[in-house]
Design a protein around this ligand. Structure first.
Ligand SMILES: [Zn+2]
Length: 229
């Protein structure tokens, strides 16, 4: 079942999914009668994940995590804006209340949001949601590719650069800096998922203090640019 391609929407889909849920919960309870009791007692996730909404890029499935392991926040193109009150609340709650010590920005190749920012996808984004991605594309001269192949490479390159940019912003968030100020060992890192291989790659940009933000982000972006040359 897990390897099947999802069927198109039909009026029965919701009832089918609820039946699958009941079957799944029943199987778990049969094997471990206390599992959901333990799970409902509280959460202690190991990671806070800032992920894209893309239906194919689910961190829990891709990292084969268990319920309670990942505290996941999703938006289009995995943005970590300092003015995003909802995200900043999630980061603060995860660090202050859940005592999470590792934040991960989880991007993916061929991201629809990144394609919109490059003008390669029908439709658009309201307001300035993808403005930072557009600026990044402009800085790295990723507009006006010479060929369709180059356009696709530019999309994936921008997906990775965007992860680093969002790692930088997450590392600048007030809650992360307050935790560092208290001497807590909080880390902020970035991953990218390849839709075509199923593999998740560590972009080697993990930041563990405010002092190393610029250097870590610069070297990670440099490594991406070298890889896509
Ligand atoms: Zn996406």
């Amino acid at each position: 079942m897990i390897f099947s391609t999802p069927a198109p929407y039909s009026e029965n889909r919701l009832s089918e999914m609820l039946a699958r849920n009941a079957q799944w919960a029943g199987q778990i309870t049969a094997q471990d009668p206390d599992y959901f009791k333990r799970l409902s007692a509280g959460q202690s996730p190991a990671f806070t994940v800032i992920s894209c909404c893309d239906s194919r890029a689910d961190p829990n499935t891709l990292l084969q995590s268990n319920l309670g392991e990942l505290f996941v926040y999703k938006n289009v193109a995995n943005q970590a804006g300092l003015n995003d009150l909802s995200l900043q609340t999630a980061i603060q709650f995860s660090i202050d209340s859940l005592k999470v010590k590792h934040i991960l920005v989880f991007g993916h190749h061929n991201c629809g949001g990144v394609r919109i920012a490059l003008g390669l996808h029908a439709g658009g984004a309201p307001g300035d949601w993808l403005e930072g991605v557009r600026e990044l594309a402009h800085d790295h001269q990723l507009f006006n590719p010479a060929s369709p192949e180059q356009a696709n490479r530019n999309v994936d390159k921008l997906c990775e650069l965007n992860v680093i940019q969002q790692v930088r912003l997450a590392a600048l968030s007030p809650s992360v800096n307050a935790a560092w100020g208290r001497g807590e060992p909080v880390a902020v890192g970035g991953l990218v998922y390849s839709l075509s291989t199923g593999r998740v790659i560590d972009l080697d940009c993990t930041i563990r203090s405010r002092a190393e933000i610029d250097e870590r982000c610069f070297s990670a972006m440099k490594a991406i640019c070298a890889r896509y040359q």
